[in-house]
Design a protein around this ligand. Structure first.
Ligand SMILES: [Zn+2]
Length: 224
């Protein structure tokens, strides 16, 4: 069975009244099954203008590997759907392949190195220094902020709800600014704060970095 059933695929599309013709539909397939899903639920509920954009999140219990996020998001898209995937460096293999498949299939990648959790931290502070795929230091720093005291510790499910959402609420621009500052440290010629990482920049060497801000820009939550 496909992810999206299309009973009227051969007929003209009937839009609901008040829905603009240029209403955008954005799919994001995410690697993690808790942290990213909770975060995007917050984005969906509080940050998006849902008169303009419908955001669908695709996740799976026990998570998806980088390449699987691309495969999942490409499962039966409708013309005009905007497709994104979100995955982390962690200790994964197959990241260059996932990027390459994304590029070929018009899927945007919001990649984080070492992990999405860096994006959460950047709501509170700037960060720098290679992490080699480990989120240990990111978590230690994140635990200094309200709601995150046990984040990443044994028994903590790394959910982003309640106080954790209250803590990051309204700090999207700060997070984006801090994420863009990291691009300045990228060794590849052609990457810039203004333009982001260049096409030829090896994602594995973007340590540390997170491109989640690009998704927020695409969703019109922050400026490009
Ligand atoms: Zn770069």
């Amino acid at each position: 069975m496909t992810r999206r059933s299309k009973p009227n695929a051969d007929r003209p599309i009937h839009r609901s009244p008040g829905r603009s013709r240029d209403h955008r539909v954005v799919y994001v397939a995410v690697e993690g099954e808790i942290t990213e899903v909770d975060y995007l639920a917050y984005v969906n509920k509080e940050l998006i203008d849902d008169g303009q954009i419908t955001l669908h999140v695709i996740a799976r219990a026990n998570g998806l590997k980088p390449m699987e996020t691309v495969t999942k998001v490409l499962d039966d898209p409708d013309p005009g759907d905007e497709l994104w995937v979100m995955f982390d460096r962690d200790e994964h293999t197959g990241i260059p392949q996932a990027f390459s498949s994304g590029r070929k299939n018009d899927v945007d990648v919001a990649f984080s190195h070492p992990s999405f959790d860096l994006w959460l931290l950047l709501h509170f502070q700037a960060f720098s220094g290679s992490q080699n795929g480990s989120s240990k230091i990111v978590h230690e720093k994140l635990r200094q902020y309200p709601g995150y005291e046990t984040f990443g510790k044994q028994g903590d499910d790394k959910s982003v709800k309640g106080t954790r959402v209250d803590s990051i609420r309204g700090k999207e621009r700060t997070a984006a600014r801090n994420a863009r500052k990291l691009i300045k440290d990228c060794a590849f010629d052609g990457c810039s704060e203004a333009g982001g990482h260049a096409d030829g920049c090896d994602p594995l060497r973007r340590d540390p970095s997170t491109d989640v801000w690009r998704l927020l820009a695409a969703l019109k939550i922050i400026d490009d």
